[in-house]
Design a protein around this ligand. Structure first.
Ligand code: MLT
Length: 236
């Protein structure tokens, strides 16, 4: 089984996803939020590329969530902090989510045979689901401002680490994947510190959202890998 890693959404051309399972990663914060919403019992998360599209998709009872410039969008019910997506708030609800990079990355990978959502919170579950789907894998790190973000690289490395542990086939990685696996193994005991020292982490700290970094830094606390069915991300 082959596993490639794409460093940012800017590098993602649709041909790279053909016949593959795509694993989308945006640790700060879109995929951590999606994973938390599904673990909290949201019936689905619908990723929308634009604010206008999100509003158009909303039906009665749905919640609108997301951010622009890391802040909640005017008139939306929820921002992009995983901690907002509690069982009490999102249980049984459809969430329409639009974020700057994460939901854009999901839309970029639409040519893939399967799309899974990964974060540090559910990396092992995601690796397990990807193995069951029996396709070559492409991990798309959403990044930020069209550039690589270290927290996404750590998560890609963690998913690769779990793939190596769980797969009965050898995992053949590209060079960037090999580098991300080494990064993760080197920093496995300092994940939160490494994330805080990255540009995305510093930006959230400056905006008073340090708690979000903590909420996004736990490893394998959830056992679901949200998967795209039609336009909805649901439990795999
Ligand atoms: C994104 O999708 O661009 C990010 O999740 C931004 C954020 O941290 O809110």
């Amino acid at each position: 089984m082959q596993a490639q890693v794409i460093s940012s959404v800017n590098e993602a051309s649709s041909v790279r996803f053909h016949h593959k399972t795509a694993i989308i990663v945006d640790v700060l914060r879109a995929t951590s939020t999606i994973v938390t919403a599904i673990a909290s019992g949201a019936s689905c998360v619908i990723p929308a590329e634009t604010v206008m599209e999100a509003r158009a998709l909303q039906r009665e009872g749905d919640l609108l969530g997301g951010e622009r410039f890391c802040k909640k969008i005017a008139g939306f019910d929820l921002g992009n902090s995983p901690e907002e997506y509690t069982e009490q708030v999102v249980g049984g609800k459809r969430i329409i989510l639009t974020t700057t990079n994460g939901t854009r990355a999901i839309h970029k990978s639409m040519r893939a045979d399967h799309i899974l959502i990964a974060s540090l919170l559910n990396a092992e579950a995601c690796a397990r689901s990807a193995i069951e789907l029996r396709r070559d894998i492409v991990i798309l790190c959403a990044g930020s401002h069209d550039e690589f973000a270290i927290e996404d690289g750590l998560c890609a490395g963690l998913v690769l680490d779990r793939l190596h542990d769980l797969s009965s086939f050898p995992i053949e990685m590209d060079d960037f994947g090999t580098a991300m696996l080494a990064l993760y193994r080197n920093r496995a005991h300092q994940l939160k510190d490494t994330i805080q020292s990255g540009l995305g982490g510093k930006r959230l700290i400056k905006l008073g959202m340090k708690r979000d970094i903590e909420a996004c830094s736990f490893v394998d606390i959830y056992t679901d890998a949200p998967r795209l069915n039609g336009d909805q991300l649901t439990r795999a």
